[in-house]
Design a protein around this ligand. Sequence first.
Ligand code: ZN
Length: 318
Amino acid sequence: MENRHFRALMKSAESLTRSQREKLRQHLDACQSSEDSHRALNRHEPKACRYCQEKALVRNGFQNGMQRFLCRDCGRSSCATSETPLGRLRNKEKLAAFANCMREGLTVRETAARMGFSVDRAFRWRHLFLKNAVDYQPKDLTGVVEIDETYFRHSRKGDRHVRKSRHRGGKGSTRGRLAKEWVPVLIGRARGRPFVIDAVLPKMTTVAVDAVLVDAIDPLNAVVCADSLPAFKGLEQRLQVRCDLFVQGQPASKGVHVQSVNAYHESLKTWINRDLRGVATKYLSNYLAWHRLSFWEKSTVSAPDWVGCALGRQLINL
Ligand SMILES: [Zn+2]
């Protein structure tokens, strides 16, 4: 805009009424959010064709503010969101604003109110953002890795006509942990570093534990610390990794503890059970990913990073 036009605009703003000023402020916020969204999307340009995985991409103009690419191999056109969970979303100009809601950990109703969405739509967007992040697990961790299990009540929150509601989480039908009522979650944490492994397990068995840990730790350079749960016994032989396990429920020596992973359990359980009032079991792995992203290195994951994560860029646990 030319300077004289801008000065005229500023001059005319002085005569706005209070409600007009509020509308103008909202409009400017929306313009800023749209620019941030497109900038975030363009920051995560595809490195290869989404359809044939060839790297022969050339820039091919813009569409709706997004850079488009043409694949020289298959001739198909794509952009940053093609073939990702965000691909078919309308209102992509609101992605940055939505990413901010995720970063701030807003509830679905607070998000809906801020974004001008219905609650259903805010919920749908939330899980599209988290879909890819579930797999952002660490690979070949070295050093001391503490592992421990925790349990969440099986929940069908959101399903209709299931049974009488269970207020505030309720209590199990027995004092023990019946498999049908409790969902096991395995957490691993590299001591003194921000790397976190998390997984919802079908059952707390050796096979399930091994499947999670086999790629996550480097057996030659890692030491696994864990308590004396039956599923952890024999890890040393199965994964060929050094293990410092508890003996009869007690640490074998001074350095053997699982305090880092227990501290993570504490904040995870407080957030899920108290702040979110419980989550549906079918979405539990998404919430583990959200917690992992939120607590990554004192929350240095910015709104554009959140958009990148939703697009399939692993920015944490690398
Ligand atoms: Zn292609």
